[in-house]
Design a binder for this molecule. Structure first.
Ligand code: BES
Ligand code: MN
Ligand code: ZN
Length: 490
């Protein structure tokens, strides 16, 4: 991961291959007066000629205008309403550009910034530097670029900003873990592999780890989860990570993640076009693992349990079939109408199993429905819940994290759509309101705790390059989870 440091130096005199300067729209010279003087007025002329206006994501790359930094990179933040978000975005773009240029290190400057802003900039720099190159052969010597290894934030180096730096490293690190796992192909990121990563996180942070396999889940009565897993020879894994930052008798916050290492649809198989994207069907699980690492590093003062259900959904001679009926861990019987509605079968048993830990609250995240992508596109996570206060808490945590969510209803009127002819409930309500009927299905297995559900199908990964983020996993919902837990234990 990118090494980020603080330094209180003068930007004009900093010896660096790249000085990134984040500026608001129509910037004044005030904040960069020293740099302008050092550049003999080159910056003033640049602004005067409107070569750079500071619109969001605008960049201008200048070489040889000042003595200290070899290159200047002006980055536009647009009209800033949320300073933390704008600084984070600029930092992400700075690191991404530095990575592309192959300069090895960069210095980020945007005047004096406070501890919270330092946290955002740090997480942004780490996000921008993130890449997944593990499976590519190294390029030939002539094409080699220096990977971005170090970033320095120019701001006062105080206890406060150092705390911001450490927090940003924790969150950026958690997001990097999640993005790496998400990007890994299904043949490498198997349920066992996820369990191994959970083991490393547990080891590093002193967390308690429990892993259940097929036999243990059978003994627990998790026939719904196991119906999904019965199509694959791979061992399914139910992973539990416990972080104890609070009192022994304090009820834990529980984070639950859907971990479909690959979702082919099963017997109700998906079309071939784009099916490779379904390696991302474990982004909820990756989010839980990344968040647990960050929460432990942040030393939050509360108890948190992370639960991940990992398997793959495959068509095979042993796979479940449409029409099958299974008995869930909760006790309700489920008719499988569509084997591609597998995430909810896994989550049903996880949400029921969660009761074992006497939760204060349970929040799950899942790439659950294509319907959520149709409803909200890629700009907002679908947020559901049994408790209005909890939903609002999640929405503000998501906003704070820069991972916006939007509420969707859980009205009893929708329940009609998941009534089964033969069982207590069926796993598909058809296309209309598909994100809602999926959440309504999950609600059938929630009892005894306030619950929220995040449908991250549209927000956990991107099929296109998003300027500041490459095509692929976004790190959602790590930030939302962390802000939610942090908000509770402040
Ligand atoms: N993992 C998918 C949902 C998904 C689709 C995530 C597209 C990201 C992008 C989920 O398991 C699924 O297949 N859901 C079905 C449910 C349907 C069969 C009731 C869907 O959304 O089509
Ligand atoms: Mn599916
Ligand atoms: Zn799925």
């Amino acid at each position: 991961m990118l090494n980020v440091q603080l330094n209180a130096g003068n930007p004009a005199e900093t010896g660096t291959p790249l000085l990134a300067i984040a500026l608001v729209e129509n910037p004044s010279l005030a904040g960069i007066a020293a740099l302008d003087t050092a550049s003999s007025g080159a910056l003033a002329r640049t602004l005067e000629m409107k070569d750079f206006r500071g619109t969001r994501d605008e960049t201008l790359h200048l070489t040889g205008v000042v003595k200290g930094p070899r290159r200047l990179l002006l980055i536009g933040m647009g009209a800033v309403t949320d300073r933390r978000a704008s600084l984070k975005r600029a930092a992400t773009l700075a690191a991404r550009t530095a990575q592309r240029l192959g300069v090895g290190e960069l210095v980020f400057y945007s005047g004096q910034i406070n501890a919270e802003e330092t946290e955002s900039v740090t997480a942004g720099l780490i996000a921008g530097a993130w890449e997944y190159a593990e499976l590519k052969s190294p390029p030939p010597e002539a094409e080699k670029r220096k990977p971005l290894e170090r970033a320095v934030i120019l701001t006062s180096n105080t206890d406060d900003t150092r705390r911001g730096l450490a927090n940003g490293q924790a969150i950026g690190g958690g997001q990097s873990i999640a993005r790496r796992l998400a990007m890994m192909p299904g043949n490498l990121c198997t349920p066992d592999y996820l369990a191994g990563v959970a083991g490393e996180i547990a080891e590093r942070n002193g967390l308690e780890l429990t892993i259940l396999g097929r036999a243990e889940m059978q003994a627990e009565g998790m026939a719904s989860f196991l119906a999904v897993a019965q199509g694959t020879p791979q061992e399914p894994r139910l992973i539990v990570l416990k972080y104890k930052g609070g009192g022994a008798d304090e009820k834990p916050v529980i984070l639950v993640g859907k971990g479909l290492c690959f979702d082919s649809g099963g017997i109700s198989i998906k079309p071939a076009q784009g099916m490779e994207m379904m390696k991302f069907d474990m982004c909820g699980a990756a989010g839980v693992l990344g968040a647990m690492d960050a929460i432990a590093l942040l030393k939050l003062k509360g108890n948190v349990v992370g639960i991940v259900g990992a398997t793959t959904n495959m068509p095979s001679g042993t796979a479940m079939n449409p029409g099958d009926v299974v008995k869930s861990h909760f006790g309700k019987s489920i008719e499988v109408i569509n084997t591609d509605a597998e995430g909810r079968l896994v989550l049903a048993d996880l949400l029921s199993y969660a009761r074992k830990f006497q939760p204060a609250v349970v929040v799950d995240a899942a790439t659950l429905t294509g319907a959520c992508v149709i409803a909200l596109g890629h700009c907002a996570t679908g947020v559901f819940g049994t408790d209005e206060e909890l939903v609002n808490e999640i929405l503000s945590a998501a906003k704070k994290a820069g991972e916006p969510g939007w509420p969707l209803p859980l009205w009893d009127d929708y329940k009609e759509l998941i009534k089964s002819d033969v069982a207590d409930v069926k796993n598909s309500g058809g296309r209309p309101g598909g994100a809602i009927t999926a959440a309504m299905f999950l609600k059938e297995f929630v009892e005894g705790y306030p619950w929220a559900h995040l449908d991250i199908a549209g927000t956990a990964y991107s099929e296109t390059d998003l300027v500041v983020l490459p095509k692929g996993p976004t790190g959602v919902p790590v930030g939302t989870f962390v802000e939610f837990v942090r908000g509770r234990f402040r």
